[in-house]
Design a protein around this ligand. Structure first.
Ligand SMILES: Cc1cc2nc3c(=O)[nH]c(=O)nc-3n(C[C@H](O)[C@H](O)[C@H](O)COP(=O)(O)OP(=O)(O)OC[C@H]3O[C@@H](n4cnc5c(N)ncnc54)[C@H](O)[C@@H]3O)c2cc1C
Length: 475
């Protein structure tokens, strides 16, 4: 069966695009290892189709042979969803060769691209046309639009423009049966039944393969200014967010929060970055104001906002970036937190969301709970406060062996954090998805009726369990 399947795959995409372990000189580890190096799978083959018909032929071959498929884009996902398991029987379907721009419609404000287009290339294509594709995340130089949509990625601009879901008008998809759904509409209104596009977005490759998408573009703002403020507490940060929303309206395109320990790690491991104001306050926030009038207007608005914040005690100090380079530098500090955290050692990551109003109480309670139950743990807390999304990560006590800490404490830390998340009406995965990392945890926190409906959908669309089995749902 394996030989017949490999033969069918080769005739679907050509010999050169089917890579296997049969050839000892071929190294498949880049496709078989996840970004954080937590999972090392073994694929039967890595298959790299060049167009949608080839994807359909690959899916048909796998379905006929009873083999399962794992779609992969940039392989930057953080929940172990894009690498094969260790069975050596799964086909890894890499979409990266499918990276063409199919159409740009500036009047309709849409861009149609293939799934393997790297996010940064999509942003640049929009920019060249004087437009904005606002999805933005630290992995944008490697992640692909197909992966962004399959995970419904968030990032730093959700506050204003929404998640990947809100930036997509149409999809082209290969179903689990190998049929092609031609759904690349650029329509903003289409009430003709169930919303298949939104079903596929966020399905993490478990319902179908996204081969192309029609994306929603926005006008480029004329000016973008960034400010950094030290705030005395999380309550103050939430109040400052409210003030910024009232004063800047739709101009507020980013509002990030960073805890003091998170910033101390950037200062320690990347001292050249010169982190401002972190020593004097438990939290700092990063704000972005995008303006369609002028830079002067944006600056005046920002200055009014920060003056009010200082007067009301919501901030103790603040700086506004004087140039684009300074603004990039401030964002770079924020984006360096995960790297600084990795330099400090292995850690336990949580990507959670809580209603914004409840975040301060959640942190006070959960910080204290963790400190009591696991003395010495260090909290690397930062995230997209404007979206109620925290990366509430737990680092081993200083001088402890981080690998031992993970082995002995990870499940207890997760239990404490996720139970607190549920008590506060939050989600255990705000933007990274479920993958296989959270597949066993999800049933403890998701409404049972919702889970049963998800299972029914999976069974209806993929009865053979061909598509990324063991991810999002277990059978
Ligand atoms: C440094 C760093 C920062 C990050 N920051 C953020 C952030 O701010 N916000 C955020 O949301 N995420 C973030 N991520 C996570 C990651 O970048 C996103 O999940 C991204 O959307 C994944 O895209 P990808 O192309 O790498 O997908 P992959 O990792 O290849 O795949 C992710 C999932 O999508 C499926 N998939 C991939 N392509 C397709 C397709 N064409 N059709 C169907 N299924 C497919 C895979 O099977 C897998 O389940 C970050 C990651 C890193 C490394």
């Amino acid at each position: 069966m394996t030989t017949a399947l490999l033969q069918a795959l080769r005739s679907a995409v050509g010999d050169a695009q089917v890579l296997t372990h049969e050839d000892p000189a071929t190294d498949l580890s880049a496709w078989e290892t996840d970004w954080r190096g937590r999972a090392h799978g073994r694929a039967l083959a890595v298959v790299r189709p060049g167009n949608t018909d080839e994807v359909a032929a690959v899916v048909k071959a796998c379905a006929a042979a009873g083999a399962s498929l794992v779609p992969q884009g940039g392989n930057t996902g953080l929940v172990v969803g894009s690498v094969p398991d260790s069975s050596g029987t799964q086909v890894l379907l890499s979409l990266t060769r499918m990276n063409a721009v199919r159409a740009l419609d500036t009047a309709n404000l849409t861009l149609t691209v293939e799934a393997g287009c790297v996010l940064q290339a999509v942003q640049q294509t929009a920019e060249k046309a004087g437009l904005l594709f606002p999805l933005s995340l630290a992995a944008e130089g490697s992640c692909t639009i197909g992966g962004n949509l399959a995970t419904n990625a968030g990032g730093t601009q959700v506050l204003r423009y929404g998640n990947a879901r809100d930036l997509c008008l149409g999809l082209e998809v290969v179903t689990a049966q190998g049929d092609i759904w031609h759904g690349l509409s650029g329509l903003r209104k289409d009430n003709t039944g169930y919303d298949l596009r939104n079903l596929l977005i966020g399905s993490e490759g478990t319902l179908g393969i996204i081969t192309a998408a029609t994306l929603k573009l926005h006008p480029q703002p004329l000016a973008r200014l960034t400010a950094w403020a030290a705030v005395p507490s999380l309550d103050a940060a939430v109040a400052l967010l409210g003030l910024a929303q009232r004063q800047l309206g739709a101009g507020l395109t980013g509002f990030e929060v960073m805890g003091q320990f998170a910033l101390s790690l950037v200062d320690k491991h990347f001292s050249a970055l010169r982190v401002p104001l972190w020593r004097e306050s438990p939290y700092c926030v990063l704000l972005e104001n995008s303006d369609s009038e002028s830079e002067e207007h944006a600056r005046a608005q920002f200055e009014r906002l920060l003056e009010a914040a200082l007067e009301q005690g919501l901030a103790s100090d603040a700086v506004v970036a004087e140039s684009l380079a300074q603004a990039r530098g401030l964002w770079h500090i924020r984006e360096s937190i995960p790297l600084a955290q990795a330099q400090e050692g292995l850690n336990i990551k949580h990507d959670i969301s809580i209603p914004v109003s409840r975040i301060p109480a959640f942190c006070v309670e959960t910080d204290a709970l963790l400190a009591r139950e696991i003395p010495g743990v260090r909290l690397v807390n930062f995230g997209h406060l404007g979206d109620g999304n925290l990366h509430y990560n737990v680092q081993a006590p200083e001088h402890a062996n981080a690998a031992d800490f993970l082995r002995t404490q990870e499940s207890e830390v997760n239990r404490l954090v996720f139970e607190a998340v549920s008590r506060y009406g939050g989600s255990i995965s705000a933007e990274h998805g479920v993958g296989s990392l959270k597949v066993d945890t999800l049933p403890h926190h998701k409404d049972p009726v919702a889970l049963a409906l998800m299972r029914s959908i999976k069974t209806a669309l993929d009865p053979q369990n061909t598509m990324n089995p063991g991810r999002v749902l277990t059978r």
